[in-house]
Structures are given as structure tokens and as C-alpha cells.
Design a protein around this ligand. Structure first.
Ligand SMILES: Nc1ncnc2c1ncn2[C@@H]1O[C@H](COP(=O)(O)OP(=O)(O)OP(=O)(O)O)[C@@H](O)[C@H]1O
Ligand SMILES: [Mg+2]
Length: 371
């Protein structure tokens, strides 16, 4: 049981690097929250401040209503799993897992019980007598998690725990971690720079950039309603296409002028965008919000963007079509697999205009189309 609350937490390292700036976050009891953002944005620093491994420059962190700013790591009752696992090479798996409990002077019997229980949850009972160097990457990762589980902490802190695993194992282990967290019902803060991992694991995700929290929300909120251009471009694969252009008003409707094509924006955005007519903006279109279908609800909506095919990447049922206009040569559409598309060919792409985003063209790139 634990709530972790950050109130305007900042970290300035000696030398003046502002690693985390005024971060406020209320992590619910039993929540699985994922911090995601590019390298250097402050994720590890945040986690280390919660763990007590890094001093807090400003603000407060509390765990279950107790301010822990000055509480040493060992008394915070949180367990951190590091990217490199930090296992003790000379100790067996059993001893690695028992170590923290031994330090805390748990009775031998209790230690044994907890280690065996954790080992059975993780399926590593048969490895207890081995040393870390005799384990595969995935097995080491389990041991590192086991070390955290045995402590029955108030919160788990994971710092990119899957980054040393190969792609397939990463996906499998990700699913296991999620199931494990449900089962143990322990508040979890998980750090990754991989947006896909964040989307699949987090009940909520926190997107960071340059020491600042950009957006906090469920994966679907962050995907569907990105607060700015950075979040829009960071979440989703392939990334959102960003087309620069200008807003126009014609016959009571608002259009995005791409340069060679005018695309009509949904009527529901009239209020939000009315004041921006004439302005340069960026239209964000997800690859999956495009389609080559020419029937049904897309007909007659001024939503067709003529493109010239460059490269086709088949993915099985779907394919990624790389194509462009004169002004925007690099557009990617994830569409149903079609045969017979050749480089150089002209295609008409239907855009799902209900799903496009209009961002400010300035640095902040605020999403103007949220309402
Ligand atoms: N001990 C330190 N002293 C000075 N600056 C540091 C220290 N540790 C980290 N930084 C700086 O603080 C910023 C945030 O670092 P942090 O390790 O938190 O990033 P991160 O988001 O975890 O990145 P990554 O995804 O690469 O692990 C970076 O600019 C980094 O160079
Ligand atoms: Mg890091």
C-alpha cells in the first residue's frame, strides 16, 4: 500500500544541470505509472530521488503521507531494479535475493520462505544455487526483480529493466512484469525511453522532455489527445506525420492548406481554430489515420491528399507506404496491404480528419485542436 506524491520537485546537479524541473505527480496506491522520454530528460534522476539515492534540490516527495526528503534510502521501504541489474557476482541467486533481508536482520526462516516464494512466482527455483554469470540475460533480470519482491516494499522502482534483453524476450518479459504487478498490487514507477513499452505497461504514462513533464495520462489519452507537438511525435509508431501549412476559411469551413492541397477540418474545431485563420500551423496526422479506401464516410469531405509513392514496406496484413507531396516528401501511411503499388505511382490518400491535430508552429507547439 503506498501513494507516492511529488510536489514541485526539482533537481539541480552540482555544476548547474537542471535535471528535473518542478515535477508534480500524484501516484496512486497500487498504480503502475511509466515515465517515458528521450535520453537525458531526467527520468533516472526522478527515480533516484524517490529512492533516496539523490538529494532533492527543491520541493517534497512523500510516500504514504510521510515526507521522505530527509529519510535515508534504507528507511524508505522502496525497492529499485536497475538497468544493469547490479547483482553481486560472487553470490548465488539465493544469496543475491536474500541479501537485503539479511541486512535487515530478518529471521533465517522468514528469509528462506520469502526467497522461495519469490523464486516460484518468477519461475527461477531451479536457479537458486547458480551464480549470476551462469545465467542468461532474461534470468538475471528475473533475479533482479526477485531481489525487489522479497522485500515486499511499498513501491517498486524500475529503471529500464528490460533494455538489456533482446527484442523477443523484452516483449515477453514486459507482459510478465505487468501480470506480476497486478498480482502483487504494489505501486510501481517504471522508467523507459521506449514509448511502446510505456504504452503497453502503464496505467498512466508521464511523458517528459528537457526536465519537464509534458503530459500525464492514460496511454490512450496521451496517444489520442497529445498536448503538444512533442508528445504527438513521441508517442506512436511510425511517428505522427507533421505537415506545415496555413489555416484558411472558405465557405464557413476551416481548411488546412498543405501547399498543393486544401484539407477541410471538422466543423467541431471551428471554435478552437477560428481565431487562428491565416496562421502558419503544423498538422499532425498519424500514419494509421490514413487510408486508400475511396468509399463510405470519407467521400466528399475534402480530405484527399494526392501523394507520390516512394517505398512500400509490407508488414503482413498492413503495410507502411512512404510517399510524399512536393512540399512534404516524407509522409508515411500505415494502410491495409495493397498489391501493385509501385514507386513513382500517384495515389489518393484519404485522411481521417477527425483524427488530425493542429499544432502551433512555434517551439512550444501547443495542440490547438484539443477541446
Ligand atoms: N551525477 C550527475 N551530475 C551532473 N549531471 C547529471 C548527473 N546525473 C545526470 N545528470 C544530467 O542530468 C540530466 C538527466 O539525467 P538522467 O540520467 O536523469 O536522464 P534519463 O532521462 O534517465 O536519460 P537516459 O534515458 O539516457 O537514461 C542529463 O542532462 C544528465 O547529463
Ligand atoms: Mg536513465
Amino acid at each position: 500500500m503506498a501513494e507516492v506524491v511529488l510536489d514541485k520537485v526539482s533537481k539541480v546537479y552540482p555544476g548547474g544541470v537542471m535535471a528535473v524541473k518542478e515535477m508534480s505527480l500524484h501516484i496512486q496506491h497500487e498504480e503502475f505509472i511509466v515515465l517515458v522520454g528521450p535520453s537525458g530528460c531526467g527520468k533516472t534522476t526522478m527515480l533516484r530521488m524517490v529512492a533516496g539515492l539523490e538529494e532533492i534540490t527543491e520541493g517534497t516527495i512523500s510516500i504514504d503521507n510521510r515526507t521522505v526528503n530527509d529519510v535515508p534510502p534504507k528507511d524508505r521501504d522502496v525497492a529499485m531494479v536497475f538497468q544493469n541489474y547490479a547483482l553481486y557476482p560472487h553470490m548465488t541467486v539465493y544469496k543475491n535475493m536474500a541479501f537485503a533481508l539479511k541486512l535487515r536482520k530478518f529471521p533465517k526462516k522468514e528469509i528462506e520462505q520469502r526467497v522461495r516464494h519469490a523464486a516460484s512466482i518468477l519461475g527461477i527455483e531451479q536457479l537458486l544455487d547458480r551464480k549470476p554469470k551462469a545465467l542468461s540475460g532474461g534470468q538475471r533480470q528475473r533475479v533482479a526483480v526477485g531481489r525487489a519482491i522479497v522485500r515486499q516494499p511499498k513501491a517498486f522502482l524500475f529503471d529500464e529493466p528490460l533494455s538489456n534483453l533482446d527484442a523477443k524476450l523484452r516483449v515477453e518479459t514486459r507482459a510478465e512484469l505487468k501480470a506480476l504487478q497486478r498480482r502483487l498490487q504494489t505501486t510501481t514507477i517504471y522508467v523507459t525511453h521506449d514509448q511502446e513499452e510505456a504504452m503497453t505497461l502503464g496505467q498512466r504514462i508521464v511523458v517528459m522532455k528537457d526536465a519537464l513533464v509534458q503530459q500525464v495520462g492514460t496511454p490512450l489519452e496521451v496517444y489520442g489527445k497529445p498536448i503538444n507537438r512533442f508528445v504527438g511525435g513521441f508517442v506512436g509508431t511510425p511517428p505522427m506525420n507533421m505537415l506545415s501549412g496555413r489555416l484558411l476559411r472558405e465557405n464557413e469551413a476551416i481548411y488546412f492548406d498543405e501547399g498543393s492541397t486544401k484539407l477541410r477540418l471538422p466543423a467541431c474545431l471551428k471554435d478552437a481554430l477560428g481565431g487562428q485563420v491565416g496562421q502558419e500551423v503544423i498538422m499532425g496526422v498519424r500514419p494509421e489515420a490514413m487510408s486508400m479506401y475511396t468509399e463510405g464516410r470519407f467521400v466528399g469531405q475534402d480530405n484527399v491528399l494526392p501523394l507520390t509513392v516512394q517505398v512500400v514496406e509490407p508488414l503482413g496484413e498492413k503495410m507502411d507506404l512512404y510517399a510524399g507531396t512536393e512540399k512534404h516528401p516524407h509522409i508515411v501511411a500505415r494502410i491495409d496491404a495493397e498489391t501493385g503499388l509501385e514507386p513513382g505511382q500517384a495515389v489518393n490518400m484519404n485522411l481521417d480528419m477527425d483524427k488530425v491535430h493542429i499544432f502551433e508552429s512555434n517551439e512550444a507547439g501547443r495542440n490547438l485542436s484539443l477541446n
